[in-house]
Structure formats: C-alpha cells, structure tokens
Write a protein of this length. Structure first.
Lengths: 113, 107
C-alpha cells in the first residue's frame, strides 16, 4: 500500500541553524500539508500546498518557514534560523482531493538545542 | 474558545465496553476527520465525513452538520484500541485539530 515517507526521522540542530525536512507524498496525490505537534500539545496546521503554490498558511507559518516541491516527488519544509520553540514533531500529509482523506507520514522529530 | 472541542480528554474502559468520543466545532467545515495517534506518535486517518455516518469494522463515526457535532464510537473495545483519538475539521485548505481524547482499554 502506498505511504507517505519522511526523512530524517529525528533531526538535532543548534539554535540559529537552518533545517530542511523532507517528505515524499503518495505519487498520485495533489494536495500536500505540513503540521506540527509540540510535545504534549495538539497537532497544529502549518501550510497546505497545491499546484506548486501555497493554498493556505497558518499564523505560525511566518517568514522563518518555506515549502518547496523541488521535483516531482519531494515536498520540503525549510526552517531558517531555528529557535528552541521550533522543537516539535513535524508531520507531512497528502491527499488526492482538497477535502479528501489525508495520509500522514511518520513524522520528523526536530530537536533544537 | 477552541474551534474544535473534544470530550472526554481521557477515557479508561474495560475490554469489551462500548466507547463514545465526542467532538464539537464552531467553524464552517467541508469535512471532518477522525484520526488515531499511536503511542509512538504516528497518525492514521480513521474516517473522513461530510455528512451522515460511516462504519469500518468496530468503528462508527457520525456527524450532525446542523448541530456541528460528531461522535466516534468503538464497539467491543480491545486493549489494542488504546491510543489518542483526534477530531480535526477541514475548510479552505486549512485543518484545525482538537486536543485529542486519550483512550486506555484495560484487559
């Protein structure tokens, strides 16, 4: 069964560094999402992406963040100048339709020290 | 006030019991999702609803659009159902999540 994959599974970085989190969505899906879950808190929407552009972004998704689909398969989240409070689990998801069932990747745990 | 409210926050049941988890939302939606988050952190989609009722095995999800309310039922609960169940609402390419209900089913 097709699945969403994410790499790395765990990333440790120093404050102020840039990180790139990678996702490979399911191949025939058209809508892509990034979510964040700080330890012990609820999942939060960051951004949705369709047709090579951002469809919607939350107030969390400020200039520190960017997304890209650099080729036909990868979907990346870049976090510039990381802060301690960026430490969280980051989930990628994809769906065939905008309001369709979403398939989640296993997550990348980001630890900023 | 949160846009998506779930109740209860925590639920402990004995194996075999019928479980109900509730979700109320205050925004317009095009779809409501029920998700299961395993102890290891992975998230699995259980249901996506825009109206009525869906059933998958021992799981049943219902939604009342007029009342902005959804329920997730688990029949004949089993210890392997222990997880966090999350309600999330989708509208305009944006998803808002409830805080989750932590279910523990004891043998």
């Amino acid at each position: 069964e097709p699945e969403v994959t994410q790499t790395p599974s765990h990333q440790v970085t120093q404050m102020g560094q840039e990180v790139i989190l990678r996702c490979v969505p399911i191949s025939n899906h058209l809508y892509f999402y990034w979510y964040r879950q700080i330890l012990g808190q609820k999942v939060e929407f960051l951004v949705s992406f369709y047709n090579n552009e951002i469809s919607e972004k939350s107030e969390i998704f400020d200039d520190q963040f960017s997304v890209e689909r650099p080729d036909g398969s990868n979907f990346t989240l870049k976090i510039r100048s990381t802060k301690l409070e960026d430490s969280a689990m980051y989930f990628c998801a994809s769906s065939q339709q905008g309001a369709g069932e979403q398939y989640f990747g296993p997550g990348t745990r980001l630890t900023v020290t | 006030k949160n846009e998506v409210e779930q109740s209860p926050q925590n639920l402990t049941a004995q194996e075999g019991e019928f479980i109900t988890i509730n979700c109320s939302y205050s925004v317009g939606i095009s779809a409501l999702h029920w998700l299961q988050q395993h102890p290891g952190g992975g998230i699995v989609s259980l249901f996506m609803l825009s109206s009525g009722k869906k059933k998958h095995g021992r799981l049943i999800a219902t939604i009342n659009i007029q009342e902005k309310h959804s329920s997730l039922h688990i029949t004949a609960s089993h210890p392997r159902d222990s997880a966090v169940y999350i309600c999330a609402v989708y509208n305009n390419n944006d998803m808002r999540f409830g805080a989750g209900t932590r279910l523990t089913v004891k043998p």
